[in-house]
Design a binder for this molecule. Structure first.
Ligand SMILES: Cc1ncc(COP(=O)(O)O)c(C=O)c1O
Length: 397
């Protein structure tokens, strides 16, 4: 049977990562995947996570099945943490998922179960997995503009495109630290988006994967909370991979907001039934860690301080790269970089320039120009700036 399989397209990010693994040059830089690295180039287990794990190892006495919504204490604490409200009974429901990807997929299934063939709007450019996840669930995809060539939010383009979205459509938005551009809408643009959603009737679908790594945890959630307070219905996919460093523990949450208790009950059951046919129930470990941290004031404070330090390092890296590019006379790309936020930056380089950066300087980013700004150590920044400067065409000062 399997000989009938046509060769599937290779995953571009993992292919590049494998290529990096085979590159023996000592100066090589892996800026492909969205993984935080400290200045020593490692992805450490956060101290709060380590302490929670020790507590769990000492206290947990069973690995019995959880229910279909996973860890319900996790779901409750995630709802209140993300939405900034203590009691969300009757307003929101959540199920634990296999990380952010699992949340995106379960919510896509929910949309498809509700109305097969629904159109979901995604940004152009979008997170590389948005379109595949939505299409795999049977949804249609259209795109809206996001940023201009200089790396500013294209508010006019975005709103013009989304005025075409109809009442039955869903609009997928990244709540902060947009992957891949690092460009976020202004607070005014978020307000205009919320007004448009109410006026047009489309449903916002928020993807949160980098909250805490842009401005600060609360500010990064502001757009999500604004929409949640404005629209009657909303979907949210939350990942704990980056901001808790739980990449391989696959920890996340799918949330549904509605003013109808019955709709919430139906949505939760539909999410559970989608999970049941995919993997039955999500893994407990990461959810137990996050719950332990968020329910304990001291651990929560430790975690927030660690998250702040991660963000500060990312911000310092971006500022350092900007400074060095300016020093090399590349003011325009430097200014583009300076406007971006979060783990990713999109360099204003063509695919050919990105290829030259890889071949000549062993700097691995995606062909679209995306680099993981958290993947560089401080001492490598001058080298990175030099490589970018060397492959950049265009006017110099
Ligand atoms: C925008 C965005 N959403 C969702 C995810 C999924 O993250 P995970 O499934 O690892 O939690 C990612 C991961 O890179 C992402 O960048």
């Amino acid at each position: 049977m399997l000989e009938l399989l046509l060769p599937p397209p290779a995953d571009p990010l993992w292919t590049l990562t494998e290529e990096f693994g085979a590159d023996a040059r000592p100066e090589r830089l892996n800026l492909v995947l969205g993984v935080y690295r400290d200045d020593a180039g490692t992805t450490p287990v956060m101290a709060a996570v380590r302490e929670a794990e020790i507590r769990l190892a000492e206290r947990s006495d069973s690995k019995e099945y959880r229910g279909l919504s996973g860890n319900t204490a996790f779901n409750r604490v995630m709802l209140s943490t993300v939405l900034g409200a203590d009691d969300l009974t009757g307003r929101a429901a959540a199920v634990q998922t296999v990380a952010g990807t699992g949340a995106l997929r379960l919510l896509a299934d929910l949309i498809c179960r509700t109305r097969p063939g629904t159109t979901v709007w995604i940004s152009d450019p979008a997170y590389v997995n948005h379109r595949p996840i939505l299409e795999a669930a049977g949804l249609r995809v259209r795109t809206y503009r996001w940023a201009d060539a200089e790396g500013r939010p294209d508010t006019t383009g975005m709103l013009d495109d989304l005025r075409e979205a109809r009442r039955d459509d869903v609009v997928l938005l990244q709540g902060c630290c947009h992957n891949p551009t690092g460009v976020d809408p202004t607070p005014e643009a978020w307000e205009a988006l919320a007004d448009l959603a109410v006026h047009s009737g489309w449903v916002p679908f928020l993807d949160l994967a980098y909250h805490g790594l842009g401005d600060d945890f609360e500010t990064d959630l502001r757009a999500t909370r604004l929409l949640a307070a404005t629209v009657p219905e909303m979907l949210i996919a939350v990942s704990c991979s980056k901001n808790f460093g739980l990449y391989s523990d696959r920890t996340g949450c799918a949330m549904v907001l509605s003013s109808s208790r019955q709709t919430l009950r139906h949505a939760e059951t539909a999410l559970q039934s989608a999970a049941r046919t995919l993997y039955s129930m999500p893994p407990e470990h990461g959810a137990a860690i996050v719950t332990t941290i968020l329910q304990d004031e001291r651990l929560r404070t430790t975690w927030r301080a660690e998250l702040d330090a991660m963000r500060d390092r990312i911000t310092a890296n971006r500022a350092g790269l900007t400074l060095h590019l300016t020093g090399l006379g590349h003011d325009v790309p430097a200014q583009t970089l300076a406007r971006q936020k979060g783990m990713f930056s999109t360099l204003p380089l063509t695919p050919d320039q990105m290829l030259r950066l890889r071949r000549r300087y062993a700097v691995y980013g995606t062909t679209s120009g995306r680099i993981n700004i958290a993947g560089v150590s401080a001492h490598q920044i001058p080298y990175l700036a030099q490589g970018i400067g060397a492959v950049l065409d265009g006017p110099r000062r």
